[in-house]
Design a protein around this ligand. Structure first.
Ligand SMILES: O=C(O)c1ccccc1N[C@@H]1O[C@H](COP(=O)(O)O)[C@@H](O)[C@H]1O
Length: 212
């Protein structure tokens, strides 16, 4: 087990869950966003959640989800956290947190130093912040694009809530990314895949090994 806590996001199979758990992931993520190649049904998520060993946090990733979708997910999938990866306002984050009684991680997209100020809007509202790359304007997905931002932007930054670094991380660059940013938690999706939506057991192992 490493000091840096790893989230493997976008699991779509029992094999991928096993690979993440065996490698030492502390969080696993299930994506509920139809445009994503990692999108899964609530039925499959319930099946996969049952395979996750105790002690590993199960996270549902949603994008501007309404209460109907969140009601369905939270009533059928045993979860430890909700990840809000759209343009949810601080008010919506607070509402979701109160309604479902689950910790909420809010993703904030970063392209330049000015974007970092948006993180402050969620301090005291979200339980964790996911500091991810801001998607390009033409992108179909608000995350999961395999793109990194300039990690030096985070140097000297401190927040009073736990945060996770995401965006374009791979087994080859994650050690440097953690060193430059001081991240104690990292999140990866496409960087440990053999094809969109298909996690590669070897890459998952290499990723955990690289942060160890
Ligand atoms: O993974 C997805 O398909 C996805 C879809 C919509 C919003 C967010 C998504 N993924 C999140 O983005 C980060 C970064 O992804 P990557 O490692 O650059 O591919 C990922 O960790 C997920 O939390």
């Amino acid at each position: 087990m490493t000091d840096i806590r790893v989230k493997i996001c976008g699991l779509t199979s029992v094999e991928a869950v096993a690979a993440a758990a065996d490698a030492g992931a502390r969080y696993v993520g299930f994506v509920f966003f139809p445009k994503s190649p990692r999108n899964i049904s609530v039925d499959l998520a319930a099946e996969l959640a049952a395979e996750v060993p105790p002690g590993i946090a199960k996270v549902a990733l949603v994008v501007n989800a309404d209460n109907a979708l969140l009601d369905e997910i939270t009533s059928r999938v045993p979860l430890d956290m909700l990840q809000l990866h759209g343009s949810e306002t601080p008010e919506r984050v607070a509402e979701v947190r109160a309604r479902y009684g689950l910790p909420v991680m809010k993703a904030v997209g970063i392209a330049d130093a000015a974007d970092l100020t948006r993180i402050d809007d969620y301090i005291g509202v979200a339980d964790q912040i996911l500091v991810d790359t801001k998607p390009p304007k033409e992108a179909e997905l608000p995350g999961g694009n395999g793109l990194a931002f300039d990690w030096r932007l985070l140097q000297g930054r401190h927040w009073t809530v736990p945060w996770m670094l995401a965006g374009g991380l791979t087994p080859r660059n994650v050690a440097l990314a953690a060193k430059l940013t001081g991240a104690r938690q990292v999140d990866v999706s496409s960087g440990v895949e053999s094809a969109p939506g298909v996690k590669d057991e070897g890459l998952v192992r290499d990723f955990l090994g690289a942060v160890g």
